[in-house]
Write a protein that binds this ligand. Structure first.
Ligand code: SF4
Ligand code: SF4
Length: 342
């Protein structure tokens, strides 16, 4: 079969590092998983310092006394090996998941993603849809613009301060931390750390956003090493989609010599990384599945089969079967289990 791909579409465009990405809000199966998981993880992060065990804070990393308490177990600096072991368990578990499902850690559970999702949600509620936000940023500053911008940044700052305070509650007993906050009695050092973490949250989730993942995060650079031909990655089915092109809903694509991609551009507009998945696998892709939700909506509207963009392995796209029991995956799983048992 010969695909009619236009020359300009074959050029992989460099990642756009200029200006903000205006993400279109997308509903759908994968977005629902991201949202629900995001809520669960965020509430867990806030709740953990409030859990009591034997009359004490269950999880506390007391820097002043250099003791780490976790559900009655007290770790001292000389127990560093146990902490190192815990990190190794986390690392191998991450390798296992990455080999199996690609960058789902980045797309669904990374704090940067969750906070970005929250900040975007707030932004959309205050400044409106993607088109409204673009228009707002291009238009002249009016009273309404000032009102929207001040409201948005105030909401972001409140979230950032609460995030930083929740984080500090892992290092300072939560009850006294919040009591001192309410009575404005924070010491200089506590205020310094809270404001530093709040500033980082505000900057990362509000401004740097996907640039943190694509430019600053070292994990995004080397995780492709963990992929193999059986890894499930978000993939555009170019055999089915090309030649892409707009058409009327009831038009027969075969008569027009077109594939199933109607070139609506929605997969690009919803992408938090600002890429076009139709250009093939790109390291910026965080495997979040939002383009799948967007494309499935379009397919449904045109009466086509869903799954033009889907989670698929390279083998699957070549018409072969994905091997769930490959050596690399079993190796990472076995090492994780071994470290937990030891
Ligand atoms: S290309 Fe799709 S899966 Fe990858 S980051 Fe963009 S929206 Fe998410
Ligand atoms: S959402 Fe689907 S149909 Fe629309 S441009 Fe992307 S791949 Fe093509």
């Amino acid at each position: 079969m010969k695909f009619d791909i236009k020359e300009e579409d074959m050029i992989i465009k460099p990642y756009n590092t200029e200006g903000p990405i205006y993400i279109r809000e997308q509903k759908g199966f994968f977005q629902r998983i991201r949202r629900n998981l995001g809520w669960l993880l965020m509430l867990t992060f806030i709740a953990i310092p409030w859990i009591q065990y034997n009359g004490q804070q269950a999880v506390l990393l007391d820097v002043a006394t250099q003791t780490f308490t976790i559900f009655g177990l007290t770790l001292l600096p000389q127990d560093f090996m146990i902490l190192a072991l815990l990190f190794m368990v986390g690392a191998f578990a991450l390798f296992f998941v990455t080999n199996w499902l690609g960058r789902v850690w980045c797309g669904y559970t990374c704090p940067q993603t969750i906070w970005m999702l929250m900040f975007s949600w707030v932004e959309q509620r205050i400044e409106g849809t993607r088109n409204q936000r673009i228009k707002l940023d291009k238009s002249q500053w009016t009273l309404s613009t000032w009102r929207k911008k001040i409201t948005k940044h105030s909401a972001w700052i409140i979230i950032s301060v609460l995030t930083a305070t929740s984080f500090m509650a892992y290092f300072i007993p939560a009850k006294s931390l919040y009591m001192e906050m309410l009575t404005f009695e924070w010491s200089g050092i506590t205020s310094f750390w809270v404001f530093l973490f709040a500033f980082c949250t505000y900057g990362n989730a509000g401004f740097l956003r996907e640039k943190m993942c694509t430019i600053a995060c070292p994990y995004s650079r080397f995780q492709a090493v963990m992929f193999d031909k059986d890894t499930l990655l978000v993939t555009y089915d170019s055999k089915r989609g090309e030649s892409r092109g707009p058409r009327k809903r009831k038009a027969d694509p075969k008569e027009l010599n077109l594939g199933d991609c109607v070139d609506c551009n929605l997969c690009v507009e919803v992408c938090p990384a600002g890429i076009d998945i139709r250009n093939g696998l790109q390291y910026e892709c965080i495997n979040c599945g939002l383009c799948i939700d967007a494309c499935d909506d379009t397919m449904e509207k045109f009466g086509y089969q869903k799954g033009l963009i889907k989670y698929a392995s390279e083998k699957q796209m070549e018409g072969k079967k994905t091997n769930p029991f490959r050596l690399k995956l079993i190796g990472y799983g076995a090492l994780t289990a071994l470290l937990i048992i030891s």
